[in-house]
Design a protein around this ligand. Structure first.
Ligand SMILES: Nc1nc2c(ncn2[C@@H]2O[C@H](COP(=O)(O)OP(=O)(O)OP(=O)(O)O)[C@@H](O)[C@H]2O)c(=O)[nH]1
Length: 337
């Protein structure tokens, strides 16, 4: 758009017989064009903005010093404040505006300088600065308001995005987020063959806990158990509240045996932790069904198999992990039976 303007006004000056003025405006159009070509070749946005600002600064200095056609050149100065804030930020824009004011002061104060050919009346100079200062302050306030609103919108969007994928009570991922992550991990497995496992965990006899100690105490157990999971899993693992008192842990790059080891560590940790409601001790244990993608064809299969394993852990008396495991000589390592 700037090029069209410069070429158009330059052509008008040409027909009006101001050939020097038109050549200068066309030269600026070429500089703007070169700046765009540079950006197309390098995609360096910062250099492109910097170049454009230099070109625009030079152009406005020329317009003020030469007066343009019929001494109307300084009118173009009013484009500068919004353009500067648009191209830079509040701080840099303000600094550059002050620099432009300085240039205008120099041109107005020293008409004998060799490049200054225009003459302006004192009334014009006073009104020019007054209106420009008013416009600059107005642009600054608008831009500051725009930035504040933008920051607030980004914060709101982030909060909504967080709420949409997080379980409110425990702070873990919710079921929807876990389904997305499972789909992502399954695609990674199909692409690169990286195995992963899941552990479906259920708090044993949770209804009894609620009935004996109250719903708030039950909520507290869910929160404390979630904290335990966060401490036991690796940073790359993801834990989610799958629903009610059921949790699902996704373990990337983990074999079935490694997943069983982790589930067993978590089971032991819960059994060893003292949960309390007031002064009463709440007996809390977990059961878990573990499954590896190596033993399933699809995600549905994987989840079904983990559920079946959880069911057999419950059937076998709770406070245990399935598939059943037996310990090897190495402490902490497990093998499926
Ligand atoms: N406090 C609390 N309780 C919940 C929440 N979500 C689900 N529950 C309760 O969890 C209990 C689950 O009970 P059941 O599905 O019968 O299972 P269980 O008592 O854990 O028995 P098993 O799973 O067989 O060991 C129900 O009483 C639900 O009301 C929650 O957010 N807070």
């Amino acid at each position: 758009m700037a090029i069209v303007f410069l070429v158009g006004i330059g052509s008008k000056a040409w027909y009006a017989g101001h050939s020097t003025h038109s050549y200068t405006l066309w030269s600026f159009a070429v500089l703007v064009g070169l700046n765009m070509l540079y950006f197309a070749a390098t995609t360096n946005r910062a250099a492109q903005k910097g170049g454009l600002l230099v070109v625009v600064g030079l152009l406005f200095t020329y317009l003020i010093a030469s007066g343009g056609e019929s001494n109307t050149g300084p009118l173009w100065f009013y484009v500068f404040p919004p353009l500067l804030f648009y191209l830079t930020n509040l701080k840099a824009g303000t600094a550059m505006l002050l620099f432009c004011f300085l240039l205008a002061v120099i041109v107005f104060q020293f008409p004998e300088l060799p490049f200054v050919t225009a003459e302006y009346s004192m009334d014009f100079k006073i009104r020019f600065f007054a209106t420009l200062i008013f416009e600059s302050i107005f642009c600054f306030v608008l831009e500051a308001g725009r930035l504040r609103a933008r920051g607030r919108l980004i914060e709101l969007a982030q909060n909504h995005e967080y709420a949409a994928r997080t379980d409110e009570l425990t702070g873990l991922s919710n079921r929807r987020d876990m389904l997305n992550r499972l789909a992502g991990e399954f695609s990674r497995y199909q692409r690169s063959g990286h195995h992963f496992s899941i552990a479906l965990i259920d708090l044993d006899l949770f209804k009894t806990i609620n009935d004996r100690f109250g719903h708030d105490a039950g909520d507290d157990v869910l929160r404390r158990f979630s904290d335990l999971i966060k401490n036991v899993i690796r940073q790359t693992d993801i834990a989610a509240r799958w629903g009610g008192e059921e949790f699902l842990v996704l373990l990337p790059d983990t074999s079935l045996l490694q997943a069983l080891t982790l589930a067993e560590r978590l089971r032991a940790e819960v059994a060893d932790t003292r949960f309390e409601s007031g002064k009463s001790h709440i007996p809390v244990t977990i059961s878990a069904g573990v499954c590896s993608i190596a033993n399933a064809n699809t995600l549905d299969d994987l989840l079904k198999q983990a559920d079946i394993n959880l069911y057999s852990a419950k059937e076998a008396g709770r406070n245990q992990i399935a598939p059943r495991v037996r310990s090897r000589e190495q402490k902490g390592a497990w093998s499926a039976t």
